[in-house]
Design a protein around this ligand. Structure first.
Ligand SMILES: CC(C)(COP(=O)(O)OP(=O)(O)OC[C@H]1O[C@@H](n2cnc3c(N)ncnc32)[C@H](O)[C@@H]1OP(=O)(O)O)[C@@H](O)C(=O)NCCC(=O)NCCS
Length: 207
């Protein structure tokens, strides 16, 4: 408390601010397709396993989204306190703390809303939407919209037959120049128009 007051008002009565939080160092096992964008804040802790986070093409990640790659204390042990770390004992970080549920996989054309939390071991399917403030603890099926804590499916973006058609098209693998040409089909037209285009599409090479 005394420290907080010292930060707020200096000796001369000037308002002082704590130094900006540099945040955690980048997670070296994060692989994001260059077409996807967002701040990609990865929460990771000393001793976390080198699990990958993979993000596919054309994903939109809003501010404040946090990916937890591990960081789980062990509720199944007698104490959740990380004694080996805190007492500087051998095996710190090699005793099963912190735990992780595995890699995080984000498909293609996924939109994750502001301040959502994605926990380790989760796969988010192609075309899915994650609502703002959601806590994603389980896999999200393709083209589902999920929201809440824990995140639950609210609905699917399109009927199942159209989802199946979109998943068969895999438009995100088409050449970038072609995608540029068909932006009106991707942004604005009824989804059936893209599906019709894809079905009639001459067999161009994938990107
Ligand atoms: C999820 C979202 C995309 C809306 O999806 P939608 O299918 O159109 O959802 P609706 O508005 O029809 O709501 C459907 C239900 O989900 C609930 N819901 C919607 N968003 C929710 C959220 N973020 N958290 C909890 N519940 C939510 C609604 O209350 C509604 O519940 P009900 O059926 O019991 O009334 C939107 O609410 C959202 O969260 N957008 C993210 C915005 C954002 O972060 N933008 C950042 C800029 S990139």
């Amino acid at each position: 408390m005394r420290r907080a007051i010292a930060w707020a008002v200096g000796a001369a009565g000037r308002r002082l601010r704590p130094p900006p939080d540099p945040g955690p160092p980048p997670w070296p096992h994060l692989y994001v397709d260059p077409t996807s964008y967002g701040p990609f804040h990865v929460a990771h802790y000393q001793g976390d396993a080198p699990n990958e986070i993979r993000v596919g093409r054309y994903c939109s990640i809003a501010d404040g989204v946090k990916f937890f790659i591990g960081g789980n204390h062990r509720p199944d042990w007698a104490s959740t306190y990380p004694f080996r770390f805190m007492l500087g004992l051998p095996q710190a970080g090699a005793d099963g703390h912190p735990a992780s549920n595995g890699p995080i996989l984000v498909g293609n054309d996924v939109w994750i809303g502001e301040n959502a939390v994605i926990l380790s071991g989760v796969t988010i399917g192609d075309g899915a939407v994650v609502g703002t403030q959601a806590v994603v603890t389980r896999d999200v099926r393709p083209y589902a919209i999920v929201a809440g804590n824990p995140a639950r499916e609210v609905r699917r973006r399109f009927p199942d037959d159209q989802v199946d058609a979109l998943l068969a098209l895999r438009w995100w693998d088409w050449p970038a120049a072609e995608i540029r040409e068909i932006v009106p089909l991707l942004n604005g037209a009824p989804v059936g128009a893209l599906i019709d285009y894809g079905k009639a599409r001459p067999g161009r090479d994938p990107a």
